[in-house]
Design a protein around this ligand. Structure first.
Ligand code: ATP
Ligand code: MG
Length: 391
């Protein structure tokens, strides 16, 4: 019965003079999620975004897509009338109730808004008149202004809008309004969730994956590509840089104490990631780290990995329990892919007893053994990076 949606946004409505940036980003993200689903027309008008749907569109699918657009607070299926004349409006609201609520066994309240203050009837009058009309046409209805089961909203602007259903959107800020960051994306559960969360605040993301062929398989890489695709359903297109990390890892493995391998490897991942970020206009790094989850995520270890880069490192999951992360992974549909059993490069080279409280002094000292070749290996890794466009 609906041919359109009214999209409401809250947080972004208060951004003063920059408001149009937020609205445009929101409109673009809406267009992006709907782009393969038909000819939708997305327009912004007076602090609202309207979506007109193509004939034969799928309502559920459309709502599902809109629930992935950060910045949307409410998704309201709406009936739009080209006229604002009272008689046809009244009748249309009656027809709306007739079709939408066939048994009409509910209490209701009218709410009205005038976008156009020249409209001859005030908002309270619209409510009273419309309520009276509905009660007359459907005597089985009851009014309850305090706790109505159904609120029927009428907005009179250049056209008239009638709606009663409000579907909750994801909230957050539209992607594209907060700069770009580089996500360190592994095949695990955490980093896809971290990417989702940071982009919920409006951040555009690119991603980098370190793989170590032949120690990690093509399928492990495919898994990460699949995860990037799942995350991009929320974040919009992602540029995924794939770094061949094998030579760097082998060299560290050869030269450094094995219980320090993970920390030193992670330091080199951060360094390489920072270089890519700087080269591609990313303003920070994002990881899926969470305090205490594994040996490399104690405060000591985090301090050691953090030390090598100057860019801010955002860790949206830092204080989350694993179960909370799993819950989000399930919600955003990355969990099933994340638990597929392909080795990622860290699990191959992990020591049996990794240090949990690395001392910076010791780590820096161990890294001296790498002096001869490490810069060259890092450069080669950067030069041979492969970049995939995921959408
Ligand atoms: P995840 O579930 O994200 O893999 P994890 O619990 O396995 O996390 P670690 O392996 O210690 O944790 O990695 C911590 C973070 O470092 C990851 O969340 C990710 O951001 C980054 N990371 C780890 N391995 C890789 C990799 N191979 N490529 C890119 N980033 C990685
Ligand atoms: Mg991992």
């Amino acid at each position: 019965m609906y041919k359109a949606f009214l999209i409401k946004y809250a947080e972004i409505g208060i951004k003063g003079k920059n408001r149009y940036i937020f609205e445009n980003a929101l409109r673009d993200q809406i267009k992006n999620v709907l782009r393969n689903m038909g000819e939708y027309i997305v327009t912004k008008e007076q602090g609202r975004i309207y979506i007109e749907c193509p004939d034969g569109y799928d309502f559920e699918e459309t709502v599902e897509a809109l629930k992935r657009v950060f910045g949307i607070v409410q998704i309201c299926p709406v009936m739009i009338l080209d006229t604002t004349d009272w008689e046809p409006l009244q009748e249309a609201v009656g027809d709306f109730v007739q079709v939408k609520y066939p048994d009409r066994n509910f209490t209701f309240k009218m709410e009205a808004k005038r976008g156009n203050k020249n409209y001859p009837i005030t908002s309270p009058e619209i409510c009273i008149e419309m309520g009276a009309y509905l009660l007359k046409r459907f005597p089985e209805l009851k009014v309850d202004v305090h706790r109505p089961e159904v609120k029927i909203m009428v907005e009179v602007r250049n056209k008239s809008y009638v709606y009663s259903e409000i579907i909750e959107g994801p909230g957050g800020m539209p992607v594209g309004t907060a700069g770009k960051a580089l996500l360190l994306l592994s095949g695990g559960i955490d980093s896809p969730v971290a990417g989702y969360m940071i982009s919920k605040r409006g951040v555009t993301i690119d991603a980098v994956y370190f793989h170590a062929p032949p120690y990690t398989s093509e399928r492990a890489k495919q898994k990460v590509t699949d995860l990037a695709k799942l995350v991009s359903r929320y974040t919009g297109p992602i540029r995924l840089h794939v770094i061949n990390f094998t030579e760097v890892q082998l060299y560290i493995y050869e030269k450094c104490p094995h219980e320090e391998l993970t920390i030193i490897m992670r330091r080199y991942m951060m360094k390489i990631a920072e270089q890519i970020a700087t080269d591609t206009g990313c303003l920070g790094l994002v990881t899926g780290e969470s305090i205490g989850q594994v040996a490399s995520q104690t405060l000591h270890s985090l301090a050691a990995t953090n030390e090598v880069c100057k860019l801010p490192v955002y860790r949206p999951l830092i204080a989350f329990d694993k179960q909370d992360i799993v819950n989000i992974a399930e919600k955003i549909n990355t969990y099933e892919t994340s638990i597929l059993p392909f080795e990622d490069c860290c699990t191959i080279f992990v020591a049996k007893h990794p240090v949990t409280k690395p001392s910076l002094k010791v780590i820096r000292n161990s890294e001296k053994a790498l002096q001869e070749k490490i810069d060259e290996l890092v450069n080669t890794a950067l030069e041979t990076k492969e970049t995939l466009f995921i959408q």
